[in-house]
Design a protein. Structure first.
Length: 396
């Protein structure tokens, strides 16, 4: 089991770091397409309907919806698997292990949201407070991996755990605050199906097919319930069995299967489809609006302030200890990297302003700007800290 976990962890880091580079290339490609003569054709392609509608079953949606609601549900399935594994046998498996990343993530969620709210209260963009809350785990791990053994291995593990808790918070925010009108009948169908999965889990059923096929039905029911369909991925993941012993569980098998497709296909496709921002006059000026200030300040200032402050308070209170080999300058640099919002921040931006495409485009541009700044600053700080004497290098 230990070897299996180590292999999963190594694959996770390799996939996340390389996936982050691919993600970056897809962002550049998407921006180039959007600002070329092919921009309109690409938008038309994303609007092409796919699927079918027959006998009350509606599965006909534009390509963009299939990407954002369908493929991203698989992404959230992987996130759910990672959360459950960490809770059962990983960095979140005990109060002592979980306390620091949980409290740091809490600060990294609350402070950026507060900063955004202060800039945007009583405006038409006030509903986007969730945008700067999220950390893009692929990009953040890609940046920290570029530093190699200059940073403690424990810091990389801490960043992964923090980002997973961050994702969990984003999932709750999406489910509670960014859902449309609820249709209780579909919600009831989804609840009954989810309960059925919990029952077969308790019965000891380990075959993944008995979880994934009902998971597709949960996705359909939730998609029609008014709650964002990606939540179905997390719900399904939480029912898949795992064990804390030496046996490779169904959860770990599925996680092993999904890691590469998610990081190498699903997230790049999402980036390609959703960062097609057409640069227009006034867009740069949009960075100085309450929307732009709220997002950029939330990511670049709020994230490191919240993560560092809550970490410091929890350590000073005696509840937690710093990751092995890490010092406070490391935590500040890591907090800055937490401001790389990108995938999740853009996702929440799309949910925040579904009927305001001009505002949505400005929000995505602000997310892109803030994430780039956070990545560059975080890398620079961690690199500078690593040069100081007395730092003991560790291997991952």
């Amino acid at each position: 089991m230990k070897r299996t976990l180590i292999r999963l962890f190594q694959e996770f880091f390799r996939s996340s770091s390389v996936g982050g580079i691919i993600l970056f290339l897809c962002v550049i490609l998407s921006l180039l397409i959007a600002n070329s003569s092919s921009g309109t054709a690409f938008e038309n392609l994303l609007a092409v309907p796919l699927g079918f509608s027959v006998s009350g079953v509606d599965l006909s949606y534009p390509v963009l919806i299939w990407i954002n609601d369908g493929l991203m549900a698989v992404f959230f399935l992987l996130v759910g698997l990672e959360i459950k594994r960490e809770l059962i046998e990983g960095e979140l498996a005990s109060v002592k292990k979980a306390a620091l990343p949980i409290l740091a993530a809490l600060g990294g969620v609350l402070v950026p949201a507060l900063i955004y709210f202060l800039f945007n209260k009583n405006t038409e963009t006030a509903g986007g407070w969730g945008i700067p809350m999220a950390t893009d785990i692929a990009f953040a791990l890609a940046v920290i991996t570029l530093l190699g053994d200059r940073v403690p291995a424990s810091l990389k593990i801490f960043l992964a755990a923090l980002a997973i808790v961050d994702d969990l918070a984003a999932i709750v925010v999406i489910a509670v605050f960014y859902s449309t009108e609820l249709h209780t009948n579909y919600l009831a169908y989804a609840s009954v199906t989810f309960l059925g999965l919990l029952i077969i889990n308790r019965m000891g059923v380990k075959s993944l097919v008995f979880y994934l096929i009902p998971g597709l039905f949960i996705w359909y029911f939730i998609h029609h319930s008014g709650i964002h369909a990606t939540i179905a991925g997390v719900l399904t993941a939480l029912t898949i069995p795992t064990t804390p012993d030496d046996t490779e569980s169904s959860l770990e098998k599925l996680e092993h299967v999904l890691i590469k497709p998610v990081h190498f296909v699903i997230m790049p496709v999402f980036a390609l489809a959703n960062t097609n921002i057409r640069f227009e006059s006034g867009m740069v000026d949009g960075l100085t609006t309450p929307l732009g200030f709220g997002i950029i300040a939330g990511l670049v200032i709020g994230k490191p302030l919240g993560i560092s402050l809550f970490s410091w308070l929890s350590v000073k209170a005696g509840w937690c200890v710093l990751p092995e080999g890490a010092r406070w300058p490391h935590m500040i640099g890591l907090g800055i990297l937490g401001g790389i919002g990108f995938t999740m921040s853009i996702f929440i931006a799309l949910l925040s302003f579904p009927d305001l495409p001009a505002i949505s485009a400005k929000a995505k541009f602000a997310v892109l700007t803030g994430s780039v700044l956070a990545g560059l600053l975080g890398y620079a700080v961690l690199k500078a800290v690593s040069r100081k004497p007395g730092f003991e290098m560790e291997e991952i």
